[in-house]
Design a protein around this ligand. Structure first.
Ligand code: NDP
Length: 250
């Protein structure tokens, strides 16, 4: 028997041009899935698709789309379904931060973060859900954050978007549980990527002090959790939040 858990499956990974999404896309590809590599910037999705295809030819295709744009996402979803013929796994990973204290937060920064992180996940779910329902199988994994579980100062917009993902996940999980589709959340803690590299030494020290396992996470820590929830073994798990945060939110 093959040890590739995702052979003959198609995975859509948003925000796969860098960081956590790139690691998830590469992990699912290494385990046999064909990958729609979605990011905002064409050069980033193209680079990751190329790297995947260098190891396994004709495995990945890049798509450049703003997840916050409902119409553009429906079109991208149709294109992905036309290109690959099906969608077995959707990982809503694209996300941004615009951190500042609520007192100073602009209306634009509130809207941009909510529209990208929360509505973006709805938009892509909407684009592929009908295909999953027809197949009577599917896995949707939404990438939230420890911030959505605990709140973090300076992240009212981001925490709201990430907490919102949890409610959305549970609602959709209930709607489609009987169709063989599971919907779950992975909530990363502090993971070393571009998003966190901008934080100053003081903030990093403060964060490290709150992590029981005493290290920042690696992108592969998240990819492993997503691969598990995407697999057949996780078929009896739905509507759950898996915190992958070194114990930070316990
Ligand atoms: P990065 O900033 O490293 O990468 C973000 C990815 O999302 C990029 O590929 C980017 O596209 C894509 N993206 C951003 N906005 C859009 C958009 N509007 N449309 C399409 N794609 C978009 O982030 P991380 O890898 O660190 O984070 C990934 C996810 O994990 C996010 O949802 C984040 O909130 C979450 N998370 C991260 C944590 C961390 O510590 N790093 C902790 C908890 C949660 P492009 O490359 O084209 O610019």
């Amino acid at each position: 028997m093959s040890n590739k858990r995702f052979e003959n499956q198609v995975a859509v990974v948003t925000g796969a041009g860098r960081g956590i999404g790139e690691a998830i896309a590469k992990r699912l590809a290494a385990e046999g899935a064909k990958i729609a590599v979605v990011s905002r910037t064409e050069a980033n999705s193209a680079k990751v698709a190329e790297a995947i295809n260098a190891l396994a030819p004709d495995t990945a295709k890049p798509y450049a789309v703003d997840v916050a744009d409902f119409d553009a996402v429906q079109k991208a979803g149709d294109q992905i379904l036309a290109d690959f013929g099906r969608c077995d796994i959707l990982v809503n990973n694209a996300g941004i931060t615009r951190d500042t204290l609520a007192m100073r937060m602009s209306s634009e920064d509130w809207d941009l973060v909510l529209q990208t992180n929360l509505k973006g996940a709805f938009n892509f779910t909407r684009a592929v859900l009908r295909a999953m329902v027809k197949q009577r199988s599917g896995r949707i994994i939404n990438i939230s954050s420890v911030s959505g579980l605990m709140g973090l100062a300076g992240q009212a917009n981001y925490a709201a978007s990430k907490a919102g993902l949890i409610g959305m996940t549970k609602s959709i999980a209930r709607e489609i549980a009987s169709r063989g589709i599971t919907v779950n959340v992975v909530a990363p803690g502090f993971i070393e990527t571009d998003m966190t590299s901008v934080l100053n030494e003081e903030v990093r020290k403060g964060a490290l002090a709150q992590i029981p396992v005493s290290r920042f996470g690696a992108v592969d820590d998240i990819a492993s959790a997503v691969a598990f929830l995407s697999s057949a073994e996780a078929g009896y798990i739905s509507g759950q939040v898996l915190a992958v945060d070194g114990g930070m939110s316990m």
